[in-house]
Design a protein around this ligand. Structure first.
Ligand SMILES: Cc1cc2nc3c(=O)[nH]c(=O)nc-3n(C[C@H](O)[C@H](O)[C@H](O)COP(=O)(O)OP(=O)(O)OC[C@H]3O[C@@H](n4cnc5c(N)ncnc54)[C@H](O)[C@@H]3O)c2cc1C
Length: 398
């Protein structure tokens, strides 16, 4: 996808969900001063223009949030099936963390259900109006301009794709190129792990071992059923409802989450030969608190080259079992939900990973079996956000 104002908020699922207070407080306890729930929740109120009831919601902020009305009959059946499976319909974004519950999402949209990306919320209203804001589109940052160890500007490629230009800052440079391109830009500028930078011929300015480390993502699997009735084509978006779940006792926040999709999510399954359908529904188990940490590394010193991204999901020696357990638990729970009477009129044949994937329940770590698809040797590919990772799984009972 070419660069776009608003970044991923211009193409993502628009789901607006508050971070659990417990998570924020963990951040603060880990040293992120200013990120506790007490610090952050007032900011939600300030940025929101929310149609949901409650004094904790803002009414006049730039970010418009709407509660979905639930016009999708399959989604309605899903919520009933969740209730039948012991997962109650609960309010989202009420200020109380949902450990176990399902509902329609709130989404970033205006009253006409038009997407409100971060650029629509923050940039569009001031572009051409504020003298201290100038937006240059079609350009690409090549490197940061450093004065010694101080960043004083950026060099960027002009839209003509030939000439480099420089912008200089009087006070501050803020880099927000996303989780992958931000460390890439820093490394291209000589800020990063010295040895790695030298390997690709970048002159080291600041030896910073942490740059490109600790990439964190939420692995997302997919289970897809052929629909027995025509799926809605009128929904405001594809992922309208979600499910949160706690897979073990004593958790203060969910460790498993599903998107419900009213369309086939076959981007990874189809290319591996799983059957698909234009009329399908999906649940996508997410490991919400994945512990694996990945890396971003420069492949070359050419800014035009993509970096090497290794999410390392399901691979970390100390965290592998946790992520595999939550993911496989999610797949089994999804099947339990789909088997409830309320979804009987909707969930037909399981297309991926397919009914023959599971052969039993194994708890012995040494008896690890691969999750296999219909063809021998084919591994279940999990749908990461734009990437893939392999899952080699033991079974867990939901
Ligand atoms: C498929 C998908 C669905 C998602 N759904 C949701 C959802 O429903 N709800 C939710 O809350 N989150 C969702 N997310 C996550 C959310 O969109 C991201 O967490 C968020 O957009 C990250 O914002 P960011 O500003 O850090 O980076 P980004 O959104 O990645 O923005 C970075 C921007 O920098 C630009 N850029 C990069 N390098 C350069 C360069 N060298 N020069 C100039 N510009 C550059 C990029 O083009 C981009 O515009 C989703 C993500 C994906 C991929």
């Amino acid at each position: 996808m070419p660069p776009v104002l608003g970044g991923c908020s211009s193409h993502n699922s628009c789901i607006a969900f508050r971070a659990p207070a417990e998570d924020l407080d963990d951040w603060a306890a880990a040293g992120c001063t200013g990120w506790s729930a007490a610090d952050v929740f007032p900011l939600y109120r300030r940025l929101e223009n929310n149609d949901a009831p409650g004094d904790h919601h803002g009414r006049t902020g730039p970010v418009k949030l709407r509660t979905l009305k639930g016009a999708d009959p399959c989604g309605t059946a899903l919520l009933e099936a969740c209730a039948q499976a012991g997962i109650p319909t609960v309010g989202f974004n009420t200020g109380t963390t949902v450990g176990r519950g399902a509902n329609w999402f709130q989404i970033n949209s205006d009253e006409n259900y038009v997407r409100q990306s971060s650029s629509v919320a923050y940039l569009h209203p001031v572009m051409g109006k504020r003298r201290n804001v100038e937006v240059r589109t079609g350009v690409r940052a090549k490197k940061l301009v450093l004065d010694g160890r101080r960043c004083v500007g950026a060099e960027y490629l002009d839209p003509d794709l030939i000439h480099a230009r420089t912008v200089r800052a009087r006070r501050e440079v803020i880099v927000f190129c996303g989780a992958i391109d931000s460390p890439k830009l820093q490394m291209l500028s000589g800020i990063g792990p010295a040895e790695q930078l030298r390997e690709v011929g970048v002159e080291v300015v600041v030896d910073a071992a942490g740059v490109g480390e600790n990439l964190q993502d939420h692995p997302e699997g997919v289970i897809m059923w052929e629909a027995r009735q025509p799926m809605t084509t009128m929904s405001s978006q594809w992922c309208q409802a979600g499910i949160f779940y706690d897979t073990e006792p004593g958790l203060d926040q969910p460790d498993l989450m599903f998107h419900y999709a009213s369309v086939p999510f076959d981007m990874n399954t189809a290319r591996h030969g799983y059957p698909t359908s234009e009329n399908a529904l999906c649940l996508t188990p997410n490991v919400t608190r994945a512990k694996s940490r990945g890396t971003v590394r420069l492949r070359t010193r050419d800014y035009r080259d993509k970096p090497t991204v290794d999410p390392q999901s399901f691979t970390h020696e100390h965290t592998h079992e946790h992520e595999v357990r939550v993911m496989t638990y999610g797949l089994r729970l999804a099947r339990r939900i789909a088997a409830q009477p309320a979804l009987g009129g909707w969930a037909g044949a399981e297309l991926a990973p397919g009914p023959d994937v599971w052969t039993g329940v194994h708890h012995d770590d040494d008896d690890r079996r691969e999750v296999r698809g219909p063809a021998e040797g084919r591994r279940l590919r999990t749908r990461l956000r734009g990437r893939c990772s392999r899952a080699s799984c033991t079974y867990a009972s939901p």
